[in-house]
Structures are given as structure tokens and as C-alpha cells.
Design a binder for this molecule. Sequence first.
Ligand code: G3P
Ligand code: MG
Length: 240
Amino acid sequence: MLKIIAHRGASAYAPENTFAAFEKARSMGANCIEFDVMLSADGEPFIFHDTMLNRTTNGSGGLGRAHSDYVRTLDAGSWFSENFQSEPVPTLSDVLAWLLQFDMQANIEIKAYPGYVKETTIAVLSALNSSWPHDKPLPLVSSFNREALTLCRTLSPEMPIGMLLHKWEDDWYVTAENLAATTVHLCWKVVTAARVKAILEKKYLVYVYTINSCRQALYLDKLGVNAVFSDYPDLLADYC
Ligand code: G3P
Ligand code: MG
């Protein structure tokens, strides 16, 4: 059965990349969440998607220019609904603790603030290194940024890596092989039956983002896609 990964948490029901969205995903029966990690100016890894703070918080400016003390004061919920007023921007360390507490799986997407690819990758790996138990399967680390993934592989031979393809690349296999990737994540726009087949034949898992319609999910399931990222963790239950 197609696995549903809660994209930025259950982000159709609660503000993306917040504990409200992660808790909602868990309450809906999801066992895996995807979230984005970006550093504040002083190097604290926060769970955050955009470069700028204004869309999903009451703050302004770039996250990478903001001190963590400021980021901690922000309201990341009110933009979505007044029911989520004062929902904080989570830190990676708090989310890792939450994942362990509830035995949840995760896809950590490295979203480096411009100019901080190396620092962000190292921060994610250090956080995992210091808090993730050795006997527990590691989260999947992904990124659109190839420099981040290459560094991740260099520093951590055992880390499961997901390679994101927003546009199709005919030489995807060379990159996947160099990275010793586990998964190839395709934007739905570049999915074809032949491409999915080619990736599966090379023994990589195929994940597709972002799928919010049941019809699309069932089609991808038929193609052999292993997982989809969805804002609706209940995609197959309630939308079919
Ligand atoms: O990893 C799948 C998806 O999260 C990638 O796009 O922009 O939602 O982070 P984005
Ligand atoms: Mg993401």
C-alpha cells in the first residue's frame, strides 16, 4: 500500500511545520512526517520552509538574518487560523525529541538559507548525532541542494538520503549512485510510468510530492510509487 507522508505535518489542517501540524498528523494515524530545516542567524536549526518569515509568522525579514531569541517569540499559527494563535516555530531538537517520544518516522528536508548550505547540513547531522539513538533507524535526509546531500554523504556514510528532483534529469542515476541515495523524490509534474519504472529497476524507492488528490494517489500507487507527500494524511481514507 502507498505510504502517505504528512507534508510539513498535516498542513491542510494546521499551520505547516508546527507541532500542531505534527500532532494532527499523528492523531490521524500518520507514522511519518516531512518537515524543512533552516538555520537562524546564530545557527539554531528551526523547522521552517520559506526564506522569509512573513508568510507563516508575524515576524519579518529573513530567518537566516534573525536571532533565535527573536524566532522563539514568533506566532507561526495565526496566519493559518486564530485557533492556532501563538503556535511557535519549533526547533529541530524539540522535534527530534517528539519523534522519539512517539516513535514517529521523519523526512528531514535541508532548506538552507542562502549561503548557509554547509552550516545547515552540519547542524542537522550534529542534532541527529547527539540525540538519535544508535539502535533506531535514522530519519531520511533530503534536499534540493546537491551540495548539502554530497556533504551529508561525506560526513555520514550511514545516513539514508533522499534526492529531490523538481525537474527531470536524464542523468539522475549518476547523482543517485554518487550519493548512495535510498529514495528519489519526484515532483508530480515530472512523473511518468517509464521514469518510475526506471528508478524502481535501479532499486531506489520512489516518493512523489505533493499529492492532495486521491485519484492522483491511486494512479501513483498503480505505477509502483512507494510513498507520496501529502498535506492530507487521511488522503486515502477520506478522499476516495
Ligand atoms: O520533500 C517534498 C517537498 O517537501 C519538497 O518541496 O517546497 O514543500 O519543501 P517543499
Ligand atoms: Mg519540504
